[in-house]
Design a protein. Structure first.
Length: 262
């Protein structure tokens, strides 16, 4: 476990800084300068950050296949859905949209788990593995092929198995869950580094997709309790387009008590 640097110059273009929450999603919260306001919990300070900031990333925790294969596929489907919602073409989260949203939420939460906990290297009994040069190893990973070194497989290769496993379990556990497109009537939304157990997917400063909620427009106090939940679930940071425009309170309005009382 731990960061394994590629060869000097990264000749095979392996992704080193891996976004937990996609750059495109972060950019939807950026201001005219292309920056978001980010509150770092460690140090308790606000900084301006672009979506390329390493704070948003894990450092080669999962393998290239998980990054550019299954991860990109899930992200691309979700971004297409979001673009359609923002353009006004998609107005409800139906059966097909539900799968897209849930797969994305599961991926986001799984990546956050990888980032905070890492992935242990593991020994494959009875398998010694081939004698590969560093260059050969990186070529294989670039081609989405796993490998062992002296019977030990780097933990990042287990990521794709976990992503599929968590995603399938999430689908099964939430077969009857409905999602709604929720807008902020007043104020703006805060985005945590992950919502953890709360099934909320940030879309833009004025829009989120929430489980167990109908399509609706939230009052200022309901936006505030949503933001308080985001802050409470944050591990290392939270961000917004303009934190001063994000109300925060601690008392849950009746309409959201069911969602936020977990």
């Amino acid at each position: 476990m731990g960061f394994e640097a590629p060869q000097k110059g990264n000749p095979h273009k392996l992704t080193i800084n891996q976004h937990v929450f996609p750059r495109k999603s972060i950019d939807r919260f950026s201001n005219e300068s292309g920056l978001v306001q980010l509150f770092k919990i460690d140090g308790a300070k606000v900084i301006s950050a672009s979506s390329t900031n390493n704070l948003f990333c894990a450092k080669r925790v999962w393998d290239q296949s998980t990054e550019a294969g299954i991860g990109k596929h899930i992200e691309d489907r979700f971004q297409d859905l979001v673009d359609s919602i923002l353009a006004g073409y998609t107005k409800v989260i139906g059966v097909f949209e539900k799968i897209v949203v849930e797969d994305f939420f599961s991926l986001w939460r799984t990546r956050q788990k990888f980032r905070t906990e890492g992935l242990e290297d593991f020994k494959l009994e009875g398998i010694e593995g081939d004698s590969l040069t560093r260059d050969e190893q990186e070529i294989l990973e670039r081609q989405h092929v796993m490998f062992c070194r002296d019977g030990i497989m780097p933990g990042r290769f287990a990521a794709r198995i976990h992503v599929f496993g968590y995603m399938n379990t999430f689908r099964q556990d939430n077969q009857h869950m409905q999602w709604g497109i929720v807008r902020a009537g007043e104020g703006q939304f805060i985005v945590p580094d992950c919502f953890q157990d709360m099934m909320i997917v940030p879309v833009s400063p004025k829009l989120m997709i929430m489980a167990d909620q109908p399509n609706s427009t939230l009052t200022r106090s309901e936006v505030a309790i949503t933001n308080q939940t985001a802050i409470a679930r944050s591990t290392d940071y939270y961000f917004a387009k303009d934190l001063a425009s994000c109300p925060v309170i601690f008392d849950s309005p009746p309409r959201l008590q069911r969602l936020f009382s977990k």
